[in-house]
Design a protein. Structure first.
Length: 102
């Protein structure tokens, strides 16, 4: 009688950027200013998780894929900053077209 593990990491990953930014600007911002972005990010994470669950029909796999997509979405600027204007020979790899494909 094993219980399936609880999956809530996509929800935590969806609100993390807003909570992180608010915690670093706590002296300059009110909590009421963070509630709308928090709600938008949470709703987006739930919608993404639901859409992937409808496709995969597996709570654990859809949660993991949602978490990976959220990490990629919120880290895109940092990843792009690492390869911005990078070249291999005369081939430019540091452009948005190639980063979006990856």
């Amino acid at each position: 009688m094993n219980k399936p593990p609880k999956t809530f990491h996509p929800l935590l990953l969806s609100i993390f950027p807003v909570v992180f930014l608010y915690s670093h600007n706590i002296g300059e911002a009110f909590i009421s200013q963070a509630l709308l972005p928090l709600g938008v990010c949470l709703a987006g994470g739930i919608l993404l998780w639901g859409a992937i669950f409808i496709i995969l029909r597996d709570k654990l796999k859809s949660g993991m894929l949602t978490s990976l997509l959220l990490i990629y979405f919120f880290s895109y600027g940092h990843f792009f900053g690492l390869v911005d204007n990078a070249q291999i020979g005369s081939f430019k790899i540091g452009i948005h077209t190639y980063m979006l494909v990856v």
